[in-house]
Design a protein around this ligand. Structure first.
Ligand code: ADP
Ligand code: MG
Length: 266
């Protein structure tokens, strides 16, 4: 499957956040997107998933050559797009188990039924692989989960739903070293020719576990530079100032409040 983002401009309320973003993700490829806070990384992931608060001003998002702009979140999910959210939402009253079961049932045609025994085995194996502990799977979705548990839970859903295009938005934030390793290894296991992976991250440490084929630097709503591993190292050591200088990006163009915000907050 191929996801193509073409010259995309996106706004939320009166703020234009994405300003001419281009990105193509093919099955089998892993793309890392790095960039300062407030630059629009989460906006990119949310708009691809169909979040209703964001508005596409111009440009297009194509899945296998067909625009998905008029598709609902639910339709996009069934088409194979997945988003592990930066801040997963708590859903009291719906257990984790029932949530994933419903999502998988919806992927079948009307006269097909989920094979529940097989489903349970797969679910418990996925929870075990992620070292999530039995009880967690049967609690209400994300309610009272620690930051790290929420992130693992996103990967549990990914393992179950088996998407074709997956955005992992700061899946590494809030994870300690051991959890990062577990998440990294589980995501790496999911890599295949049928999966196009987009990793949004601030830090090299995630990319020690999941090796990207392409590294993109996003500043002020668009991708300004694409490279490989060497970019990750340089960003880790020097931040983004050199990219801005090299690309002639004036900090005046970047909203001042977005510069000093804490990575965990945004
Ligand atoms: P990143 O993920 O790169 O840190 P985001 O995509 O989360 O950036 O945010 C991009 C910009 O959009 C930020 O300046 C943020 O403050 C702004 N933004 C996000 N949500 C809203 C909103 N609901 N209303 C107005 N501005 C918003
Ligand atoms: Mg973000």
């Amino acid at each position: 499957m191929t996801l193509e983002i073409k010259d995309l401009y996106v706004s939320i309320e009166d703020n234009q956040i994405l300003k001419g973003l281009n990105l193509t993700v093919n099955g089998g490829e892993t793309h890392a997107i790095m960039g300062p806070n407030g630059t629009g990384k989460s906006t990119l992931a949310q708009i691809c998933m169909g979040h209703p608060s964001y508005r596409v001003d111009s440009g297009d998002i194509l899945l296998n050559g067909e625009s998905i702009l008029d598709k609902s979140v639910d339709e996009r999910s069934r088409m194979g797009i997945f988003l592990a959210m930066q801040n997963p939402i708590e859903v009291p009253g719906v257990t984790n188990f029932d949530f994933v079961k419903a999502a998988m049932q919806k992927r079948l045609s009307k006269d097909e039924h989920l094979r529940i025994g097989k489903f349970i085995l797969k679910f418990e194996k996925a929870a075990q692989d992620l070292k999530m502990g039995q009880g967690l799977a049967h609690r209400f979705l994300n309610q009272g989960f620690s930051g790290g548990e929420k992130k693992r839970n996103e990967i549990l859903q990914m393992k179950m739903l088996n998407p074709s295009i997956a955005f992992l938005d700061e899946i590494d934030s809030g994870l300690d070293v051991d959890a990062l390793k577990i998440v990294g290894e589980n995501v790496t296991q999911l890599k295949s020719e049928n999966l196009g992976l987009v990793l949004i991250t601030h830090y090299q440490r995630l990319l020690d576990y999941i090796t990207p084929d392409y590294v993109h630097i996003m500043i002020n709503g668009k991708i300004v530079k694409t490279g490989k591993d060497e970019l990750i190292k340089r960003i880790d050591q020097e931040g983004y100032d050199w990219v801005k200088k090299e690309m002639g990006i004036d900090d005046e163009d970047v909203k001042p409040f977005s510069l000093g915000t804490c990575p965990a907050k945004n």
